[in-house]
Design a protein around this ligand. Structure first.
Ligand code: GAL
Length: 438
């Protein structure tokens, strides 16, 4: 369970490192402005996310069913907008928030991304909601720190995802004569070349541009290690170091083994290429697991070990690169009663145990029913709670980078994909850090 001592210690360690004190520092907040208190229109609830695609939509659907069971009088509007990692949804959300037309609740990542919404005054604190529902003790204290600003709690985390997973096709590895998944970046580069030379299959599948950002965070972690990777997100970090140059050179080399055509697909296309026997490897978060194993028509109905294997992304064994999906109460939510009822389901043990086995994540609450988490998810629980596990925050999925920093890195990666110039990529990353680290 998340609440086991090791998990808590680990989150504590990363909380201290990653947010550099920006979240969760002060003791008690000022007067209660009513944030999160009950009441308000409960005739409807509009829930905003980007979970439309195969795999991730299943988890959301399961939680919506539970909501309907508990709230038969409330109409649910699933306002999910397609685009993995929220590429389209976040733009739509930003404009809705700016125009003061918020949904009743939206998905935001714990950490720096949430801090953006808080600082912009776009979401309400939920202290009363936490007290009324006795939630403060349901979550690991240190996870709460990731969603706390100036002593006030701002969202309801539903899960912990792991971003640093290497998914692979065991048959292609066998055909290539590889004895198992690569453990280091050096082994990875050799394995990619071997697959290419011996099997003619795509060595590493990639999808839309954001999946290259996702790959970048994995290569940075794999080359630098958790401590140096974590340090990159603090003010004054040295992005111009030779170690970062080496990581970016590795990134450039690894990118040569991906296919340009794949850029038109989202993460599901890249994940599917592995189980379809078209690609040997894919580096993706564990939402891919939900997509692989959920039954058709939404999932692919595949079997772990037989149809696909998994391992920590090369060079990242022993580190859990994490992120957490969490739901918010926007200021001016038109159906505040519906929103609070939604948050109640999202915060509940039942809601999380229905959502996470399908989503491919482990619950954020401490009291999950572990027997529901099989295969990869049992491994994920064990890894998360392993004594000595190191944590790193996913920059792409909201933990370390503000939305502006995230966009600046994406722009730099986009230019790199066109020009393949490592020097330019590094300068752009140096500037992005200078302009955004706080
Ligand atoms: C992440 C999100 C996950 C999953 C993934 C792919 O940002 O936290 O829940 O949706 O994007 O779309």
């Amino acid at each position: 369970m998340l609440g086991r001592a090791t998990g808590r210690r680990a989150v504590a360690a990363v909380a201290a490192v990653l947010l550099g004190g920006t979240l969760g520092l002060t003791a008690c907040g000022g007067g209660d402005d009513g944030g999160g208190k009950g009441g308000g229109d409960a005739s409807r609830v509009e829930v905003f996310s980007w979970w439309t695609g195969p795999g991730e939509a299943d988890g959301l659907a399961a939680m919506i069913e539970e909501f309907k069971r508990r709230n038969p009088g409330t109409q649910v509007v699933n306002a999910a907008i397609a685009g993995g990692s929220g590429t389209q949804a976040q733009a739509v959300l930003a404009s809705r928030l700016q125009n003061r037309k918020p949904p009743d609740s939206f998905q935001g990542h714990a950490g720096a991304e949430l801090l953006d919404y808080i600082k912009a005054g776009q979401i309400e604190p939920l202290d009363s909601f936490y007290d009324e529902n006795n939630l403060r003790s349901s979550y690991p204290q240190q996870l709460l720190q990731q969603i706390t600003y100036q002593g006030r709690i701002y969202s309801v985390p539903v899960n912990i995802h792991r971003s640093n997973i290497l998914w692979y096709n065991p048959r292609i590895l066998k055909d290539a004569g590889l004895s198992g998944p690569p453990k280091t970046i050096a082994e990875f580069k050799t394995a990619l070349k071997t697959v290419k030379d011996r099997t003619g299959k795509v060595p590493l599948s990639l999808g839309a541009q954001w999946t290259a950002d996702h790959l970048l965070e994995n290569v940075l972690l794999g080359v630098l290690g958790a401590d140096a990777y974590n340090a990159l997100w603090k003010p004054g970090a040295d992005w111009s170091s030779p170690a970062v140059t080496a990581a970016l050179n590795d990134f450039a080399e690894i990118m040569k083994y991906t296919t340009a055509e794949a850029a038109s697909t989202d993460w599901q296309g890249a994940s599917k290429a592995v189980v379809d026997g078209k690609a040997a490897f894919n580096i993706m978060g564990d939402w891919a697991y939900g997509y692989y194993v959920n039954p058709a028509p939404n999932g692919l109905g595949k079997k772990v070990d037989a149809d696909f294997g998994y391992a920590p992304a090369p060079g990242t064994g022993g580190t859990y690169m994490w992120l957490s999906d969490s739901f918010t109460l926007p200021k001016g939510a038109p159906h505040r009663g519906g929103a609070l009822a939604w948050l109640k389901v999202a915060a509940s043990k039942e809601g999380q145990d229905l959502f996470n086995p399908k989503k491919g994540s482990i619950p954020a609450r401490k009291d999950a029913d572990r027997s529901l988490y099989k295969g990869y998810l049992e491994y994920a629980f064990n890894e998360w709670n392993k004594p000595g596990v190191k944590l790193a925050g996913s920059f792409w999925h909201g933990v370390y980078a503000s939305k502006r920093w995230h966009t600046d890195i994406d722009t730099a990666v986009g230019l790199f994909l066109q020009g393949k110039d490592v020097g330019k990529l590094q300068s752009a990353l140096v500037n992005a850090a200078k302009n955004n680290a706080q």
